[in-house]
Design a protein. Structure first.
Length: 502
């Protein structure tokens, strides 16, 4: 018999649980994930990213050097020196120079900066931060000394550009960029590029002989200067930096973390998986916040909701959320796809192209083209829109509760799906469809926000034609076999669960 889950619903079905195989990054060795982490660290090191950033909770990835205010808040001189170097976005900040000191730097002041750092931090303490910070300071000193010896004026120009990026928070204002080039804001790309050729080409190109890394950095910054100065004059809106959306966008590669330095990137490891013929597979991607979910829970979810990827993902996300403490903010999420593999894909491609319909318990059924007319029932849960007023719905039985979001509606439908599946599996297969239809009607009368819930004994929409209820609805409804139960779907009306009657 079905085993109850933690919330009292029937969880696994009588079917044999699926076998779970962890792919890249998820195996016991974690080797693939370790390879990605290693590549990320190498990229960040090359791009002068913060040395104390490891991608752990609380770590901050910034495109700018630490400000004087940030450093002054650290009382311990040793810790302040280490953090200054760790947060430095360029050679001059690593050496502890202010903007004024950097544009007047000499070989002697560079050497003194290294000595001051070594004296402040003292003897090695065996930590990776000490080792990498000392290495960064010495490398910065070597590069700056070489550039000064070759072209002190060009070195000063580079220092000025680096500190402009720090002052501007990683994204240049149009006014500042135009001032650097000596043009009017909104001058256009041709004028901006012409000024770069006149003012900076010879100077910055000369630096490449002493420090290719420094020259490359200069040209990257100059690209930002040209973009900012050349664009049409317009007041650009920017969200406050403490905005949560900004943090999310930065994690995905907001401009100030991709240009002029590639602090965020894309490291890929891959694995080729052989899929056996005449089998069904489910590929699922899980967020980091799902690591507490067990393989058994994943197997139960994809077994119970076979052919229903959204329901399977919701079940697993629900299990993960139950394990999270209220203080934790890691997002839980999953994306899944069910894949049917058949010899027909190789031997009879025309036959393989025929769409397969899903029964209530997820089994595939070959079908000819979808019918033009079907009889279907649905459970609709109306939800409050994320923004703006709710669209008019003359077929609504009642308005959505004021506090029901789409996520709330999906969670409620998940419970109803599992009640229906339990009903389907609790007796002989011969009467499963009738039991499902009767239970579906009962739940529709109780929960559905559509007027169809009061239509006859089956609480259905009646016979419908394609186009009556919109593309999102039709794409699912007309793919169901008679007796089939759909996955959870979303339309403009709300979230639905469909059951085809005829």
């Amino acid at each position: 018999p079905p085993k109850p889950s933690g919330d009292g619903l029937a969880a696994p079905s009588p079917k044999d649980p699926w076998k779970i195989r962890l792919l890249v990054g998820g195996g016991p060795s974690g080797q693939a994930l370790a390879d990605v982490v290693k590549l990320e660290r190498l990229r960040r090191l090359k791009e002068y990213a913060p040395l104390d950033f490891e991608g752990k909770p609380g770590d901050v990835l910034s495109g700018c050097s630490a400000t004087a205010e940030e450093l002054s808040a650290i009382s311990d001189p040793r810790e302040r020196a280490l953090r200054r170097v760790a947060k430095a976005a360029h050679h001059f900040a690593a050496l502890g120079f202010s903007a004024t000191e950097a544009v007047t730097a000499t070989v002697a002041t560079v050497q003194k900066a290294v000595e001051d750092f070594e004296r402040t931090v003292g003897k090695p303490d065996g930590t990776s931060l000490y080792t990498t910070a000392l290495g960064r300071v010495k490398a910065a000193a070597k590069a700056v000394e070489a550039m000064i010896s070759l072209d002190s004026f060009g070195t000063n120009q580079l220092a000025e550009l680096c500190y402009v990026m720090d002052d501007e928070g990683g994204i240049l204002s149009q006014k500042r960029a135009a001032s650097i080039l000596g043009v009017e804001p909104g001058c256009g790309e041709a004028t901006a590029h012409a000024q770069v050729e006149t003012r900076y080409r010879a100077v910055l190109s000369n630096l490449a002989g002493a420090s290719p890394e420094g020259a490359a950095s200069a040209w990257s910054i100059m690209g930002e200067v040209v973009d900012a100065a050349a664009r049409p004059v317009a007041q650009l809106w920017a969200p406050p930096v403490e905005n949560r959306a900004v943090a999310a966008a930065r994690a995905m590669g907001l401009r100030d973390l991709k240009r002029p330095r590639k602090l965020v990137g894309l490291e890929i490891v891959s694995e080729v998986v052989h899929l056996e013929d005449n089998s069904t597979f489910c590929v699922m991607l899980l967020t980091e916040g799902m690591r507490d979910v067990t393989e058994a829970q994943i197997a139960d979810a994809i077994t119970l909701h076979e052919g229903k990827p959204k329901a399977a993902c919701l079940r697993i996300a629900h299990e993960a959320a139950k394990k999270k403490e209220a203080a934790e903010v890691k997002a839980v999420g999953a994306v899944a796809a069910y894949i049917d593999i058949s010899d027909d894909y190789i031997t009879e491609p025309d036959k393989a192209a025929t769409k397969k319909l899903k029964t209530a318990d997820g089994r595939s059924m070959p079908s000819a083209k979808p019918p033009s007319r079907i009889r279907i029932a649905h459970i609709l849960l109306k939800c409050q829109p994320a923004s703006g007023p709710a669209p008019s719905d003359p077929q609504a039985r009642r308005q959505a509760p004021s506090d029901r979001t789409q996520a709330d509606g999906e969670a409620q439908l998940l419970k109803l799906v599992e009640v229906l599946l339990a009903e389907y599996h609790k007796g002989p297969e011969a009467g499963a469809s009738k039991r499902l239809s009767a239970k579906f009607a009962e739940l529709a009368r109780e929960h559905s926000d559509c007027k169809s819930a009061t239509n006859g004994s089956l609480s259905d929409l009646g016979w419908i034609n394609q186009g009556q209820h919109g593309k999102d609805f039709d794409a699912v409804a007309f793919e169901l076999p008679v007796g089939g139960l759909s996955d959870i779907i979303v339309t403009q009306r709300g979230v639905h669960l469909l059951h085809r009657l005829a």
